[in-house]
Design a protein around this ligand. Structure first.
Ligand SMILES: [Zn+2]
Ligand SMILES: [Zn+2]
Length: 283
């Protein structure tokens, strides 16, 4: 039995409008998952009421705007309410850009209804989401500088922020390598990545294996197996599996495959969180 610890309902503005939490819970039961954690986006740097959300890319469509305060709160409320009826559900959130708005990050993390907090970074300060950048218009030194800023900010989050598990460590590579086919050498960031793993381990936090990379041109989990091995070698024990589904049909995708990748990297257990405490499931 595996758990899907990273999923989005229609309370995430970039998710399928039909992704009702009830339907997600039913799908999780049908798949026999040990747990399904709803982790809708809470972009700390866009903590605005829905009416004031400024996210130009999403402004193009009236129905979706990103990261607003109202969305994040609605998701936590709804999931918490449904948990009694669907015991498979766990209340989570995906806290983005925690160090860019630390007060907001801390306030959301203090919500006692939360079972689980994913920490993530979709954009560096004053830059757009990695999803939107045009890497073919950049030279390799610019990409390298951007990646360096990204990993340094991840490290700052891992040392300081209140969360449980670090989401999709190699997020920018999904676009740079996957969508644009630009090969990235991570060797120059090896020391920073080791520091990220050490910070997670020292603080009793975990690392996510995000299966979404497998469903994209990137074709690998985030992070890929060699980094999972490194985390394990440094003493990392806590991992969670997450599909990062943005629709009901994607729930659970890639979990079994990533469980095998985790096993081959030396992990024996994966974690499920309840009231922000890990419980371990044998792989
Ligand atoms: Zn994310
Ligand atoms: Zn996500």
């Amino acid at each position: 039995m595996l758990a899907d610890m990273h999923t989005h309902s229609n309370a995430s503005p970039d998710a399928d409008r039909a992704a009702e939490i009830v339907l997600m819970a039913e799908k999780a039961e049908e798949l026999g998952l040990a747990a399904l954690t709803v982790t809708d986006h809470c972009e700390c740097n866009y903590w605005l009421p829905e009416s004031e959300t400024e996210y130009p890319e999403y402004r193009k469509s009236d129905s979706i705007m990103f990261g607003s305060r109202d969305y994040a709160i609605r998701s936590i409320e709804k999931t918490f309410e449904l948990k009694e009826r669907y015991p498979v559900l766990r209340v989570g959130t995906e806290l983005g850009q925690m160090m860019q708005a630390p007060g907001i990050a801390a306030a959301v993390a203090g919500d006692e209804r939360l079972d689980f907090i994913l920490g993530s970074l979709h954009m560096s300060a004053d830059r757009p989401d990695f999803y939107y950048m045009e890497y073919n218009k950049m030279d390799s030194s610019e990409i390298s500088r951007m990646l360096s800023d990204y990993f340094l900010e991840e490290l700052e989050c891992c040392r300081n922020a209140d969360f449980d598990v670090l989401a999709h460590l190699t997020y920018p590579l999904r676009f740079i390598e996957g969508d644009y086919g630009i090969k990235c050498d991570l060797a120059p960031f090896g020391e920073i990545i080791k520091e990220i793993f050490r910070a997670l381990i020292d603080r009793g936090l975990g690392l996510e294996i995000n299966t979404k990379g497998l469903r994209t041109k990137y074709g690998r989990p985030m992070p890929p197996q060699e980094l999972l091995k490194l985390y394990r070698q440094l003493g990392g024990e806590i991992i969670t599996l997450g599909s990062d589904a943005h629709s009901v049909k994607d729930i659970g995708l890639g979990l079994a495959e990533c469980a095998e990748i985790a096993s081959a990297a030396g992990f024996r257990y994966t974690a499920v969180y309840e009231k922000r405490k890990p419980r371990f499931i044998r792989l």
